[in-house]
Every structure is written in structure tokens, then in C-alpha cells.
Design a protein around this ligand. Structure first.
Ligand code: ATP
Length: 328
């Protein structure tokens, strides 16, 4: 069995009475945090169940890192309450640390140490850690053990940060943008590791601005924007609950098309420009609508870059709820 597969094999302990009473791994209620005039997190509430992978999905500046860092005990909320495994992340930090793993967004690891020395150092903080050599292999750093941290590539640094997060066999893992900077192969390997940890009962709270990552990994997704949770559901729940009743036709073309005229096409039930250049049409007759739509575009010499029929994707849901693209 690999290192990560054994990650949750130790008996749970010291989780705290409140968590045991409520059964939740994480409880957040009314969390609010400002930096001067900037409200980073505004009245955020959610609960994460044990063994669940829960994703905070949102664009840069949405408030994801602030939320996760309050839960990790690195920042103090102005208002609201946060409980992690039944403990207060600030007050009970010493009891919480052995139970959680943290993968930070920035790589503040020791610059001049070699990769394997860093992991061995972190392993030494725990009574019963994973085997560092096995873990280096598992995260794909088997050949880079002797490389000094500052000479690792961006993706290798993220992999080492992941190894550091899981070396103590955490019951709960915080992953802040775990795959940012990784190549596609390393991303997929990281997803596999996260899924293996989940299969062994580890709870995971992750932040991401990658739709596919949230959709692929998460049991539930909280979409954050402007410091607030604007939707929270399973990936399938989000795309169905936010979908229209008929079939949807989506189009990318020049911004500012005549919506009044498009809305009058015979097969359109409703039409909207969700964000400049992104159009959505609800219809009961998609085949007819496609003919009418492409005819209209041709007549008005409008070029399109994308035309799609079918269910909404998470990205569509995000655009509909916020009126903006995930990465502006
Ligand atoms: P990213 O994906 O860029 O990390 P995020 O969703 O994690 O974004 P936060 O980092 O929590 O968002 O930032 C939320 C808001 O708070 C942003 O407007 C950000 O500029 C601001 N902010 C974050 N940290 C600080 C700080 N230490 N001082 C001042 N403003 C801050």
C-alpha cells in the first residue's frame, strides 16, 4: 500500500466534543473578514461532512484563501464562528495541528534545503508520519530529492507542498489551489492522490479556480464571488438547478448583439447576453433554433467562435450567477 493509502489508517483521536456532537468536520457560520475597506469574506456559512471533498470555487480575490486561512488558524475573523474537527482554529491550534494537513498557496518552504530534507524535517514533527522516501515517489519527486527547494520548478514545489501536507497522516486536509502551476500530468497525479486520501476517509477542503478540478474532485462545491457564497451544491446539482427548463443553446460572438431581435426568433423562449459576447438561449426546439440563429448571424455578418447545445456546464452556471467569466 502506498503512503497516501495509509494516510487515514490511524485511529481518529482528539477531534473534540463539538465535532463529534454535530458530526461535522468543519462548521463555518457568518464568517466575515475585512482588510481596511476591502471586505474579503462576508457572512460565509457552510458545513463540511467527514470524508467529504468540499471545494471553494471562485475567481481571484473571491475570498477563498482568506476563508481557508481562517480555518487553518492563520488569520482571525472579524465576526462569525469557525470550528475544525470541533476545535477553534486559533484557541485550540496546538491540539488541531497534529490532526490537519495544510498545503499553502505560497511556497514558503526552506529555500536552501534539499527537497528530501524538507520532507524529512516535516515528518520529524509527527509521532507516526508517512515514510518520506515513499511519499517523494508518490508525489512524483523520486528523482528530485537532492534538488534544493529554490531550484525546483513551480510544479515540483507544489508537489512537495502536497507531500508536506500529507506526511503527518492528517484526518483533514486543507489544499489552497493545489494544482496551480502544475503540468497536466502532475495535475492528474495530484487528483489521484486526493481521491485516494478521500477513499481512506480523509476530509478535504480545497480552493480552486479551475472548474474541471472542482467538478472532478468535489462532492460539493461552494461558488464564491466578492466574498460571498453565491451557490452551494453537488456538481450535478449546480448544473441542473441552475439550468433552464428546456434545452439551452449557447453562443460566443461579438458583444452587444441585438437581443430584442434575437429574442424574437420563432424558436427562442428566452434569450440573454450573460457577459459581453456570451449568449444563452432557452428553447423547446433546438434544431429549429440552430437554423434560425445561424441564419440571423449570417444575415448580420456576425462571426461566432463557439456554438453549443445541451446542459449547462459549471462555467455556464458561474457566468449566469455572476455575469462574469471565471478568469477575467
Ligand atoms: P486568489 O485566488 O487570488 O488567492 P482568493 O479568492 O483566495 O483569491 P483572497 O486572497 O481571500 O481571495 O482575497 C480576497 C480579497 O481580500 C481580495 O480583494 C484581496 O485583494 C484582499 N486581501 C487578501 N489578503 C489581504 C491582505 N493581507 N491585506 C489586504 N487585502 C487583502
Amino acid at each position: 500500500m502506498s503512503s497516501a493509502q495509509t494516510a487515514s489508517s490511524r485511529a481518529p483521536g482528539g477531534g473534540g466534543s463539538a465535532a463529534q456532537a454535530s458530526g461535522a468536520a468543519i462548521t463555518v457560520s457568518g464568517l466575515t473578514k475585512s482588510y481596511g475597506d476591502v471586505t474579503a469574506v462576508s457572512d460565509v456559512s457552510f458545513t463540511v461532512q467527514p470524508g467529504e471533498i468540499f471545494a471553494l470555487l471562485g475567481p481571484n480575490g473571491a475570498g477563498k484563501t482568506t476563508t481557508i486561512e481562517i480555518l487553518e488558524g492563520y488569520r482571525v475573523a472579524d465576526k462569525g464562528d469557525a470550528r475544525v474537527l470541533g476545535l477553534d482554529p486559533r484557541r485550540d491550534g496546538a491540539r488541531l495541528k497534529p490532526l490537519i494537513g495544510v498545503m499553502l498557496q505560497q511556497d514558503g518552504l526552506y529555500q536552501t534545503l534539499r527537497a528530501r530534507e524538507i520532507l524529512a524535517l516535516y515528518a520529524s514533527f509527527f509521532a507516526d508520519p508517512e515514510d518520506p522516501a515513499q511519499l517523494m515517489e508518490l508525489v512524483g519527486l523520486g528523482g528530485a530529492g537532492a534538488t534544493r527547494f529554490r531550484q525546483l520548478s513551480g510544479g515540483q514545489k507544489r508537489r512537495l507542498a502536497l507531500a508536506v501536507a500529507i506526511v503527518g497522516k492528517p484526518r483533514l486536509l486543507f489544499l489552497d489551489e493545489p494544482t496551480t502551476g502544475m503540468d497536466p500530468q502532475a495535475r492528474r497525479a495530484t487528483w489521484d492522490i486526493i481521491q485516494t486520501l478521500k477513499a481512506h476517509g480523509v476530509t478535504v477542503l480545497l480552493t480552486t479556480h479551475f472548474m474541471d478540478e472542482a467538478e472532478r474532485l468535489a462532492d460539493r462545491i461552494a461558488i464564491m464571488d466578492g466574498g460571498q457564497i453565491i451557490a452551494l451544491d453537488t456538481p450535478a446539482g449546480l448544473t441542473t438547478s441552475q439550468s433552464t427548463t428546456g434545452t439551452e443553446v449557447r453562443l460566443r460572438a461579438t458583444p452587444g448583439l441585438d437581443m430584442a431581435a434575437l429574442g424574437k426568433l420563432p424558436s427562442v423562449r428566452s434569450a440573454r447576453e450573460e457577459t459581453p459576447g456570451v449568449y444563452a438561449f432557452d428553447t423547446g426546439a433546438p434544431r429549429d433554433l440552430l437554423v434560425e440563429l445561424t441564419g440571423w448571424l449570417r444575415e448580420h455578418a456576425v462571426d461566432m467562435t463557439e456554438l453549443r447545445v445541451g446542459r449547462s456546464t459549471l462555467e455556464d452556471v458561474f457566468i449566469r450567477l455572476t455575469g462574469k467569466e471565471m478568469r477575467d
